[in-house]
Structures are given as C-alpha cells and as structure tokens.
Design a protein around this ligand. Structure first.
Ligand SMILES: *Cc1c(COP(=O)(O)O)cnc(C)c1O
Length: 232
C-alpha cells in the first residue's frame, strides 16, 4: 500500500514538474510520518524514500532509535519548543519551523555544543491565519537576517503551510508570497550564501506549490493514509 502510494506520488510529481518546466531532481520528497510507526517508515524507506518529516520531539526521538539501522534523514517540521531543542540538535537533518530568534539562538547554542552546523528554514505564516505558527511576512526578512548571523546555523530557505481552503488561487497566492520573500532576501544578500529551499506543498496542494517554485514537498496522508489521533 505505502509503496504503491509512493509510486503514485512520484508519477504526479513527474507530471507536475513537466507541466511547469521543473526538473524532478529539483524537488525533495519528504514523507511526513507523524502518528505512524517505525514499521510504516521502514516500508516507505524500502520504497525509496530517505527524507522523513516529523512534528513531535518525543515521537521522532523514539522512531529514530528504532530505525538506527537505516540511513534516514529526519526533518523537523512541527512547532519546536526551545526547551526540546536539546533532544534533537545532534542528529536532526533540517529544522523547517524556525519562527523566532530565541528558537534560532537555542538551536545555534546546542549545535555549537554538538560541534555541527545545522540547516534550517524560516517558517512564514503566509496566510496570516491566527491559529498558525510562523513569522509574519512583514517580519520575515529581519528574522532571516538575524538567524543567518548565527555561526552554527545555515539558513537554507523558507517554509510555509498553505491556507486551509479549497480555493486554489488563495493557495497559489500564499505560496507566491513565500517565493517573493525568498527572492527579496536573496536579492539583498542577507544570508552569507543565497537561500535555495522553498518547503511548501502537502498532500492536497503540492501541485500548486511546485507551480510556485517549491523545492521540498511534505507529504503525509497521500503516502501513509489518513491519521488517527489518540483520543485523550
Ligand atoms: C502533517 C504535516 C504535513 C503533511 O500533511 P498531509 O496533508 O498529511 O500531507 C506537512 N507539513 C506539516 C508542517 C505538517 O504538520
């Protein structure tokens, strides 16, 4: 089932890239495995996926330990509390959800202790929905600039979550906002190296994201099926 879904997503990715003059190799497919067990991750890995996205520190920490025999890259894509940074700083591949300077500073401090430099993305709340995390578009450039000064972080790009809507034009507008902030940051050289990554697009809106220049799509449901959360 998972292998079939991966194949199906691959086909849509290829088609969408072709439609928009993009190369499939420009886009990293991240399988979002939150709420699914290590067995599901192993199945996706066997189907060719190496990048996995997770939202919860405790969950990803456990899964990683169960899967140490596999060569996986763990992307942290959920809201990250400063006091949890220490649990993931040594091994996480990329953090997509940096939304404050205090979080960036804590990541920098912990990565310094671990003797590494970490790739991060700045999360922007492009739809300005009150329930969402992420820096507001108006404050994005200043956070990019301040995070880029930290010696143990490399600000590789930006991340956003599209609006919760079926309105494709609103979705496109949100992704376009991210691309415009990205272009402006690169035009003004506020990072030591130009940013290269736009993490945008989920199961229901990744074709729109690719049309707007996404380089990383984060796909959960379309690979693993729908999530059931434990009831409290
Ligand atoms: C859960 C999640 C995804 C995956 O969403 P699907 O709709 O299941 O593809 C992507 N990005 C973030 C930040 C998420 O929290």
């Amino acid at each position: 089932m998972i292998a079939e879904n991966v194949q199906n997503i691959e086909e849509i990715l290829k088609k969408t890239c072709l439609q928009h003059g993009r190369a499939r190799s420009e886009i990293t497919l991240i399988a979002v495995s939150k709420t699914f067990g290590a067995d599901a991750v192993a199945e996706a890995h066997s189907a060719g996926i190496v990048d996995f996205g997770e939202n919860y520190v405790q969950e990803v920490t456990g899964k990683r330990l169960e899967l140490l025999n596999r060569d996986l890259r763990w992307h942290f894509i959920g809201h990250l509390q400063t006091n949890k940074v220490k649990y993931i700083a040594e091994w996480v591949h990329m953090v997509h959800s940096v939304d404050s300077h205090s979080l960036a500073a804590e990541l920098d401090k912990r990565c310094g202790k671990a003797g590494r430099v970490l790739d991060v993305l700045i999360e922007v709340n492009t739809s300005e929905e009150a329930t969402k995390f992420g820096v507001r578009p108006a404050e994005a450039l200043s956070l990019i600039a301040s995070a880029a000064q930290l010696p143990h972080l490399r600000v590789k790009g930006l991340m956003t979550i599209g609006p919760f809507t079926d309105d494709k034009s609103a979705t496109r507008a949100s992704f376009r906002t991210l691309r415009e902030i990205f272009a402006e940051a690169n035009r003004t050289n506020i990072t030591p190296q130009p940013m290269t990554e736009l993490s945008m697009g989920m199961s229901h809106d990744f074709p729109e994201a690719i049309a707007e220049g996404s380089t990383m799509v984060r796909i959960g449901t379309a690979i693993f099926g729908s999530r059931t959360y434990p009831t409290p």
